[in-house]
Write a protein that binds this ligand. Structure first.
Ligand code: ADP
Ligand code: ADP
Length: 230
């Protein structure tokens, strides 16, 4: 199997600010990676470069064999394979939960509404909120909204899922309901890169923990090497 993601000698600048420095990272299919490090160290920028929400300036990023060069078709292709879950959910407020989850398959895959909604219901069942399908995001708790965001990402049947601090905006009592869904995805073999401070999650599911500081990957280890054996 080709790797899910290969990054070689990648650099990212915001104007003159060097946000990512000579990043080398290979992620195998089915691997679960947790990215941690201080605020401002480039964690979010790194995963946003992987689906081209941010553009890198040098080096290579290859996702499932396709290079994220300036070829628009390549970038669109990669975005179909790479789902993303954000800290602040980013749901469409004027669409129901079901419409949020059916939209991308209808627009991108040209599925009928009926087919897209049928599939979306399956993902809402997977994240354990099928009964919220007809509600609007604002009627849900933060934990429920984030589970909708995960269902929405899954509705495109991605091969890789990126998580950018998915529990950081949640009240403490809602964190575990989101982490439980992430753990079940990990157990199903989903390739995942998760920026998170949830070290219990890292210890439970991560194959590797990557530690970033000032735009560099300064360590990558199996979780037991970070945390010691339980
Ligand atoms: P982290 O996710 O580790 O907190 P970020 O990737 O969000 O870090 O940010 C890394 C650095 O890049 C920070 O210094 C941040 O201020 C800077 N940065 C992030 N986004 C932008 C942007 N759009 N323009 C300029 N600087 C940015
Ligand atoms: P979060 O922690 O929710 O990701 P950030 O503060 O990292 O929030 O960034 C929020 C938005 O502001 C992002 O789109 C990021 O690219 C942008 N941003 C972050 N730092 C800077 C900066 N120094 N200059 C300009 N934009 C920035």
């Amino acid at each position: 199997n080709e790797p899910a993601i290969v990054i070689r000698g990648m650099n990212k600048y915001y104007e003159a600010f060097h946000a990512l420095r000579d990043i080398d990272l290979t992620v195998e299919q089915g691997e679960r990676i947790v990215i941690c490090g201080p605020s401002g160290s480039g964690k979010s920028t790194l995963i946003r470069c992987i689906n081209r929400l941010e553009e890198h300036q040098s080096g290579d990023i290859v996702v499932l064999g396709t290079s994220l060069d300036d070829n628009v078709a390549n970038i669109d292709g990669v975005r179909r394979e790479v789902g993303m879950v954000f800290q602040h959910f980013n749901l469409f407020p004027h669409m129901t939960v079901l419409e949020n989850c059916a939209l991308a398959p209808m627009l991108v895959r040209k599925w009928s509404r009926a087919r897209a909604e049928e599939m979306a219901m399956q993902y809402l069942e997977k994240v354990q909120i099928p009964e919220q399908a007809e509600k609007f995001p604002g009627q849900l708790s933060g934990g429920q909204q984030q589970r909708v965001a995960i269902a929405r990402a899954l509705s495109m049947q991605p091969k890789v899922l990126l998580f950018d601090e998915p529990t950081s905006a949640l009240d403490p009592e809602m964190i575990s309901e989101v982490l439980d869904v992430m753990v079940s995805l990990a157990k199903e073999g989903m390739t995942m890169l998760c920026v998170t401070h949830e070290m219990g999650f890292a210890r439970q599911v991560a194959d590797r923990v990557i530690f970033m500081d000032r735009g560099e990957i300064i360590e990558q280890n199996a979780p037991e090497e970070f945390f010691g054996n339980p």
